[in-house]
Ligand binder design. Structure first.
Ligand code: CTP
Ligand code: CA
Length: 223
């Protein structure tokens, strides 16, 4: 970084990125989660920083290291992620990559839930989590550029388009997360960039390369 003379088209811009899964507690020792590794979100945070942005990364629980050159905040639940993101507005750019748990347990237990021999387990009552991207996309301090992801296992374009509209995003990065693609938890990603006017299908790339291309696209859209 000391001798980094690469172009900084995002110098002076602030960005908020979410990454990783969230963990929603069932009781003190158990939680609901998903297979997100945080690799794509962390790579995007690093790529935006490389182009000169002042980046705050709000990360759910992941095993990968904090990226260099980025301020990383660690959260566990969707509620904590929402609070961390909204308290960092205003920003110029928001890229919501996290695989936020769609539901949390309606009232998580204070004590470890014990199994009762011979009795059927109690059902878990779930309630919907806040939608962080949608909140940011309709916020009074809405960033100039709001980017979301769409994790799909079918009808990728159609579902991506509807998320673009519903969530008030400028761009949706849609990907197929079916198990056979290996995207969830893996190193590579094949995405479609969906805007109001176009769909651009990118080739299968490493997640770092998707991140760099996306950061360049963001810089071009803000220029
Ligand atoms: N997202 C979010 N907060 C949530 C759920 C999703 O910020 N509670 C964001 C994700 O970070 C992503 C986008 O919304 O940028 C789409 O997430 P996705 O899971 O694909 O869509 P959902 O709206 O949750 O719909 P579904 O899971 O039913 O497809
Ligand atoms: Ca979801």
């Amino acid at each position: 970084a000391l001798l980094d003379a690469s172009p900084k088209p995002l110098a002076g811009k602030t960005a908020i990125v979410t990454s990783g899964p969230t963990h929603e507690p069932i009781d003190p020792v158990r939680y609901i989660a998903n297979r997100s590794s945080g690799r794509q979100g962390h790579a995007i945070a690093a790529a935006l920083a490389k182009l000169g942005a002042d980046v705050t990364l709000v990360s759910g629980p992941v095993t990968i290291p904090d990226p260099d050159g980025v301020t990383t905040l660690h959260v566990e639940t969707a509620a904590e992620m929402l609070e961390a993101v909204t308290s960092h507005l205003p920003a110029d750019i928001a890229v919501m990559v996290a695989a936020v748990a769609d539901w949390r347990v309606a009232s998580s237990a204070d004590q470890k839930i014990k199994k009762m021999p011979g009795e059927a387990p109690a059902p878990l009552m779930l309630t919907e989590n806040p939608d962080i991207l949608k909140t940011v996309g309709h916020h009074e301090k809405r960033p100039r550029l709001v980017v979301g992801f769409a994790a799909e296992t079918q009808n990728v374009e159609e579902n991506g388009r509807s998320k673009l509209q519903r969530k008030g995003a400028d761009l949706i990065v849609a990907n197929d997360v079916s198990p056979q693609t290996g995207v969830m938890g893996g190193m590579r990603n094949q995405v479609k960039i969906i805007s109001e006017t176009a769909i651009d299908a990118w080739p299968d790339l490493g997640k770092d390369e998707v991140a760099m291309r996306l950061a360049e696209l963001i810089a071009a859209r803000l220029a």
